[in-house]
Design a protein around this ligand. Structure first.
Ligand code: AMP
Ligand code: ZN
Length: 471
């Protein structure tokens, strides 16, 4: 069976076939964070989903070129920046750094490229110039440049590929308020925003005067610069399908004049939103959690990841603290089982169980059906626990089981419980070894080290004293 993914473009499940089988890797772009604050757990639902997609592709043997942009110039950033006396770079740097720390905390594989919008101005200006040249964009007297949806359609292109649109309801021709009053049609969107006094020193020169790019333009420019004019997968939260992703398609397909049959992106994947206690997260409702808020309540990145991965990505996910407690106990059930198996396996190498892997793969192939995948995992844990309880696990069987878990975990990305949960008997052996070394009984110290090794622990002598590490 092949990996099937739900493509928003066709609104159906499609087998994943790389756009260009001769290319060495599959191109995957996920819209990244707007760095003006700490990311909330809703954002991380989407980012963990993109990590799961990448890991599943890699598990299936594809090599993935993963790009996630950093939106470091945008209206929301400028609004916040005005409340400070910091420079744009200094301000966005703080949140970019926090974002990368949070991704690491959630054990997400780092994207291969994390382009910052501010570093892709020439590519953005080039896209606008191409759209102007084709007559799909127009300039207004203030120096702003707009994308004309009617001219785009006039070129035979289709606007409304990801969502069905009712153009009458978009009220073309109606004037709208604020800084958008100059555009010709309400549905037209900004490509280049002319500099206004409120922008302070945040502006770039362009052939149309000083200004800054529109958010949609940023993603078209960065994705095509790094992955080429056409690439395999584009991901984001469901709120981005319209207008952000629709506008990305329009800009790219409008500017780059693809040959018939070629498109900007082959598969569009969208994650449903995360709600908290059934409601949209908002600071005023007091139900707004950043990853850091949950960490300060004592939850680990692994527990949060386990929770975020517990539901299918196209289902709206209802976050609750009780749910997080549930994830904690589910994870500790896995941890305890894996720790026992690792202890028994010592450092022997085993081979994964083909039947378990086949069932797990089949579940993930079904549009990343994690609910089915978890039931494979928990059935496996139950079976292992049953065997462990009856003493029926030889060290070789344990090594096979550890190999099975390691393979499943390439997709789940939960890793192993870290040293702070080292079992008491291992800590006691380590203390005995330290005592033996202090009295220069090196033979006994070595014997204790070997005993620890047989239990799956390596001793590392560090300047801060000896530490235990999983073998
Ligand atoms: P932003 O930083 O607002 O540009 O959002 C970054 C990513 O998080 C985008 O892909 C959004 O679609 C996604 N996102 C925002 N809010 C939520 C939410 N409540 N649940 C899931 N994803 C979200
Ligand atoms: Zn984007």
């Amino acid at each position: 069976m092949s990996l099937n993914l739900f493509n928003t473009l066709s609104r159906s499940l499609e087998p994943f076939e790389p756009l260009n089988p001769t290319r060495s890797s599959v191109g995957m772009y996920c819209c990244g964070p707007t760095v003006y604050d700490y990311c909330h757990i809703g954002n991380f639902r989407t980012f963990v989903f993109s990590d799961l997609t990448r890991r599943t592709l890699e598990f299936r043997g594809f090599s993935v070129k993963h790009v996630m942009n950093i939106t470091d110039v945008e209206d929301k950033i400028l609004r916040r920046l005005r409340e400070t006396d910091r420079s744009l770079r200094d301000f966005t740097n703080e949140y970019e750094k926090a974002f990368l720390e949070d991704l690491t905390e959630l054990n997400c594989r780092m994207p291969h490229h994390l382009p910052r919008a501010t570093e892709y101005m020439p590519q953005m200006i080039d896209l606008v110039a191409k759209l102007l040249k084709r007559g799909i964009a127009y300039q207004t007297p203030d120096g702003s440049v707009w994308f004309s949806i009617s001219n785009y359609q006039g070129c035979g292109c289709r606007y409304g590929q990801l969502v069905k649109l009712n153009f009458d309801e978009m009220r073309p021709g109606e004037r709208v308020s604020g800084d958008e009053y100059d555009k010709e049609a309400a549905a037209d969107f900004g490509l280049w925003k002319a500099r206004v006094p409120d922008d302070g020193d945040v502006f770039w020169p362009s052939p149309w005067g000083d200004g800054r790019p529109g958010w949609h333009l940023e993603c078209s420019a960065m994705s095509t610069a790094l992955l080429g004019p056409s690439f395999d997968l584009h991901l984001g939260g469901e709120d981005l399908a319209f207008p952000h992703h629709e506008d990305e398609i329009a800009q790219s397909e409008g500017a780059l004049e693809y040959p018939v049959g070629q498109r900007f992106v082959k598969y569009w994947l969208h994650a449903a939103h995360l709600l908290v206690e059934g409601k949209k997260m908002s600071k005023s409702l007091g139900n707004f959690f950043t990853l850091r808020d949950l960490r300060s309540k004592g939850y680990s990145g692994r527990e949060i990841r386990q929770l975020l991965l517990s539901a299918h990505y196209r289902e709206t996910f209802n976050f609750t603290l009780e749910g997080l407690d549930g994830a904690r106990s589910a994870l500790s059930r896995i941890d305890e089982c894996v720790a026992k198996l690792v202890g028994l396996a010592a450092s022997q190498r085993g081979s994964p169980n083909a039947d378990v892997l086949a069932r797990f793969t089949e579940a993930m192939d079904d549009d990343l059906n994690v609910s089915r995948a978890w039931s494979v995992v928990f059935d496996w844990v139950r079976d292992q626990n049953r065997l462990l309880a009856t003493g029926g696990v030889t060290s070789m069987k344990a090594a096979d089981a550890v190999a099975t878990w390691n393979r499943l975990d390439e997709v789940l990305g939960l890793g192993r419980r870290v040293e702070d949960s080292t079992p008491a008997d291992a800590v006691a052996l380590l203390d005995a070894r330290t005592a033996a070394k202090q009295v220069r009984d090196f033979a006994h110290a070595d014997a204790l080290r070997n005993e620890l090794k047989a239990m799956g622990w390596l001793v590392e002598d560090t300047p801060a004293g000896p530490k235990l590490k999983r073998a």
